[in-house]
Write a protein of this length. Structure first.
Ligand code: NAP
Length: 317
């Protein structure tokens, strides 16, 4: 499995690449695309002047603008990297400026709602290939990005029915060049899979950290002091961007509620097993879950090092 990005390309895959929303994901795409010379020109678009100034300082793009329509003019690939609730507004703004033959893609963590927001605003002759890189961190903004974010991670494409095959292949080629493994699936199925693998785990983390903060019988100081017992691993996820996650839950409502229903039933069964002293039920479940963790490690999606690879006994640099 490669651990670093390959050498720069002799000929770019894309002429003008416009990245709208220059935060963690958008700036990571720009970093990798610049390093690999995937585009002749990279344009950063963001509504935040501070983000644009930072993009210029970091030298991550050839041009940086708050004017999304100007940014996409002449672009052959446009990647939307704004929070899931903002896709419709951005698509409405750029629609009239898109040129025939251009490909519009995105990185949204929810797919059906993004397709519903974007598609109505795209003119005929513009190809839409939605994508979701299953890679990220709990940090936000252009300084949080890094070029290897997508290396050996999955990127899921959810082309709508009738999508142009050549456009899908170009987007697949782009993500493969960034180091990702690409899989194609339907948008509804994507939303169900991600509800259980990402969205509900985030909700559980937000919930447990919130519950601990509200306890009357255990002080916040004690929660922080003894957090190494498991709590602190939830706090990493619960530190994720509030805007992004608010939008994910509001836009993947049905799939999340479906998975939460299942989770509530299973938690009730666990509570019953504890109440009735059914140790074999607990033991069987914990054995099955351990096997899932080992499967994630052997597939290269997690480090096998103990304690999530935390370095112990070393002086932090
Ligand atoms: P981020 O670091 O917060 O960056 C988003 C940027 O978009 C911010 O600079 C934001 O500016 C800007 N923005 C918001 N609305 C805009 C608009 N209407 N026009 C122009 N710019 C706008 O977010 P991120 O973590 O990169 O996430 C971006 C997308 O990637 C989301 O759809 C998310 O679901 C998806 N995603 C995230 C992860 C992850 O782990 N973070 C992983 C996979 C996919 P303001 O600060 O002014 O709002």
């Amino acid at each position: 499995m490669p651990e670093r990005l390959g050498p720069p390309r002799e000929t770019p895959l894309v002429g003008r690449l416009a990245i709208i929303g220059f935060g963690l994901i958008g700036s990571s795409i720009a970093r990798a695309a610049a390093h690999l010379r995937l585009a002749r020109t990279i344009v950063a678009v963001d509504r935040d002047p501070g983000v644009l100034a930072r993009a210029r300082e970091l030298g991550l793009s050839d041009d940086a603008t708050a004017d999304a329509a100007a940014g996409v003019t002449g672009a052959d690939l446009v990647i939307l990297c704004v929070p899931v609730g903002a896709y419709g507004e951005v698509a409405r703004t750029i629609g009239p400026a898109l040129e025939a033959g251009a490909i519009v893609s995105d990185v949204g963590s929810v797919k059906a709602a993004v397709i519903a927001q974007v598609q109505p605003h795209l003119p005929a002759g513009v190809h839409f290939v939605p994508a979701h890189p299953v890679a990220g961190t709990e940090h936000s903004g252009p300084d949080a990005g890094f070029a290897t974010l997508f290396l050996n991670r999955w990127c899921i494409l959810t082309p709508p029915e009738g999508a142009d095959d050549a456009a899908v292949e170009r987007v697949r080629g782009f993500w493969s060049a960034l180091g990702s493994d690409v899989e194609i699936m339907g948008a509804q199925h994507h939303d169900l899979v991600l509800a259980i693998t990402s969205h509900v785990p985030h909700l559980i983390a937000y919930n447990i950290v919130g519950t601990a903060a509200d306890l009357e019988t255990v002080t916040q100081q004690e929660v922080i002091k003894f957090s190494a017992g498991g709590f602190r691993d939830f706090t990493r996820i619960a530190a994720s961007d509030p805007t992004m996650w608010r939008d994910i839950f509001l836009h993947n409502r049905e799939a999340v509620l479906e998975m939460l229903g299942r989770l509530n039933e299973d938690i009730a069964l666990l509570a019953r097993a504890i109440r009735w002293g059914e140790g074999d039920k607990l033991f069987d479940l914990f054995t099955r879950t351990r096997a899932i963790r080992r499967g994630i490690i052997s597939s290269g999606q997690e480090t096998p090092e103990p304690d999530f690879g935390r370095r112990h006994g070393e002086t932090p640099s």
